[in-house]
Design a protein around this ligand. Structure first.
Ligand code: HSE
Length: 317
């Protein structure tokens, strides 16, 4: 029986929520991202042969790992009888708010799809990645997996029905992400949120989500800056991040358009109007985390408009 090529795929880090858009906005970064090497076979089983970069923290059982869960769901649906062996290279820190679980799932799906000759579009892969998100954090939120797969800035109108819209972003816009060296469990960070919010807060929030979309279309940085405001999740979740207020102040003082938590945190993101300002803001945020007693890693990136991709293919002997 003919063997399958080993395929290596990359899926980028993502910033979910983007301040006001809890579970409805997400954007993809150019770097960093997770990589998966995957070889399909005819065993009907998914085996994770190795995981690098996770300090031994992730389960290697396919049914307990987001890469394996997504892959099992996909193979069951479109290639029943096939199995796979994979090696997962974790480059994203776990529990960082940078879409780590989504990136692993998406990289595995993109590699498997390529190996099958791309029978599915990136959009058609989203439901399988959502199975993994549901398992990982108790909710099938698509604001990490959709931008990781599709690239760009994505508005999730209705994840269950695949209603997702790519919103154009100004070409000079840069996203800064600073990851302080602590981790936050997304499931717990979701449970901490209030389930009911005041009507006046809801009004402010949906005004800002609509304004943010308008600002992107108009390339209007002043409006974008005003719209980057979260009165729903940030007031609760910021309490879990030491130094949050001073890091946000430092970002704004250094010229950022806005700054908030990346996903459920602890990473914080800022949007900036140029690459040069992105680096200034990144340095200021890292210094503020340092002053709060936390070492951190900083990233400055354009919005990744292409999303996850195959990075090479090799023929197995
Ligand atoms: N929208 C999700 C949340 C993103 O805020 O819980 C998690 O990365």
């Amino acid at each position: 029986m003919a063997g399958y090529n080993t395929i290596r795929a990359f899926a980028p880090a993502t910033v979910a929520n983007v301040a006001c858009g809890f579970d409805v906005f997400g954007l993809a970064l150019e770097q960093p991202g997770d990589e998966v090497e995957l070889t399909l076979n005819h065993t009907g089983r998914v085996i994770i042969r190795a995981i690098t970069g996770d300090n031994g923290c992730l389960p290697a059982e396919a049914s307990r790992n987001t890469a394996g869960i997504a892959l099992l769901a996909m193979l069951q649906s479109v290639a029943s009888g096939l199995g796979a062996e994979l090696v997962l290279h974790k480059k994203l820190p776990l529990g960082s708010g940078m879409g780590s679980s989504a990136a692993s799932a998406v990289a595995a799906l993109v590699a498997a799809n390529a190996s099958l000759g791309n029978p599915l579009s990136p959009r058609e892969l989203i439901p399988f990645a959502l199975v993994a998100e549901q398992e990982a954090c108790g909710a099938a939120h698509a604001d990490n997996v959709a931008p990781a797969l599709l690239g760009g800035f994505v508005l999730i109108r209705d994840a269950q029905h695949g209603d997702m819209i790519n919103i154009p972003v100004p070409p000079d816009l840069r996203c800064v992400v600073v990851h302080p060296h602590i981790s936050i469990n997304t499931r717990q960070a979701r449970q901490a949120l209030r389930h009911y919010i005041r009507l006046s807060d809801a009004t402010r929030q949906w005004a800002n989500t609509a304004a943010l979309v308008a600002a992107m279309y108009e390339q209007n940085y002043e409006l974008l800056s005003r719209a980057l405001c979260d009165v729903v999740a940030e007031p609760v979740r910021s309490l879990f991040v030491p130094g949050f207020d001073r890091v946000k102040q430092a970002a704004l003082y250094a010229g950022a358009l806005g700054c908030s938590l990346s996903g459920s945190g602890p990473s914080m993101f800022a949007l900036c109007r140029s690459e040069e300002n992105g680096y200034q803001v990144c340095r200021a945020m890292q210094q503020a985390f340092h002053d709060a007693g936390l070492p951190s890693d900083g990233f400055v990136s354009a919005v990744n408009t292409t999303g996850a991709r195959v990075v090479n293919q090799e023929k197995t002997p």
